[in-house]
Design a protein around this ligand. Structure first.
Ligand code: FE2
Length: 262
């Protein structure tokens, strides 16, 4: 099974990059299934029913999220109605709408389990993703050996530790949240594909997707509202090839394509 996982989709530029570039990527890499982190898809922070639907209509089968899961509160009734289309971190407090793991079935019967986690270093999460993830892996393994984990967190150390924690237990651990694609993709000894951060689908002429002038102004102590940037828009992610029988990853390859005209 070949899975394309796309990094944080940032606002309208990110949505447009996915819509325009996905078909060619799917064709060139013989991709069976696309997953994307959508937590910044509405205006750069949060998700709306419209941005989620736009990505699903573009060919993405399942959306993941992170600390901006419900920055736009209107997503909560939508995710309650569509818990199998958008995941939130599994280590959110009990009672949070939505769920942290899901299963995507292909027409031929194969299936990919997906788990969404949020880190705790420089973030506000209370429950440990390292503890929460293990029962979910066990639950999904009853249905498929192919499991992908989106580890949404700030610290590269925490993401790498999760890779070690889950090596041999899942097919892939992919990092999201920093919006900066790292060049450390590799297969871990137990057969798990890993990358510290897959990057973003959004404008690179920016500070992690936001207009550079206003982002810098905030670091200089001024009050300036965040705005999504517009230039050098890229689709960034990874293509992971998974052995359908064992669940071991065969390869992980970074992808990075510019949206023409940006
Ligand atoms: Fe995030």
């Amino acid at each position: 099974m070949k899975v394309l996982f796309m990094g944080d989709v940032v606002g309208r530029p990110g949505l447009q990059a996915v819509r325009a570039l996905l078909p060619r990527l799917v064709s060139e890499h013989s991709v069976d299934l696309c997953v994307a982190n959508a937590e910044n898809s509405e205006g750069g922070a949060g998700i709306s029913a419209e941005s989620a639907t736009f990505l699903l209509d573009s060919g993405v089968k399942l959306l993941t999220s992170g600390n901006h899961f419900y920055s736009k509160k209107a997503i909560l009734p939508w995710v309650t109605a569509h818990p199998d289309l958008l995941l939130r971190p599994a280590n959110y407090p009990k009672g949070t709408p939505g769920k942290g793991h899901g299963l995507v079935k292909l027409p031929d019967g194969r299936a990919l389990g997906v788990i969404n986690l949020e880190g705790r270093v420089f973030m506000r999460m209370e429950a440990s993703p390292f503890e929460v993830v293990l029962p979910l892996v066990e639950e999904l393994r009853k249905q498929t050996p192919c499991i992908l984990v989106d580890m949404h967190c700030e610290a590269s150390s925490e993401k790498n530790a999760m890779g070690v924690h889950l090596d041999g237990r899942v097919s892939a651990v992919v990092g999201t949240h920093t919006h900066v694609q790292t060049a450390d993709e590799r297969l871990l000894p137990g057969g798990t594909a890993f990358i510290t951060d897959v990057g973003m689908c959004g404008p690179l002429d920016s500070v992690i997707g936001m207009k550079k002038e206003t982002s810098l102004a905030r670091f200089l102590g001024e009050k300036a509202p965040y705005e999504v940037a517009e230039k050098l828009v890229y689709l960034q992610g990874v293509v992971i090839d998974i052995d359908d029988t064992t669940g071991r990853a065969r390869s992980i390859e970074r992808v990075r394509h510019r949206l023409p005209g940006t």
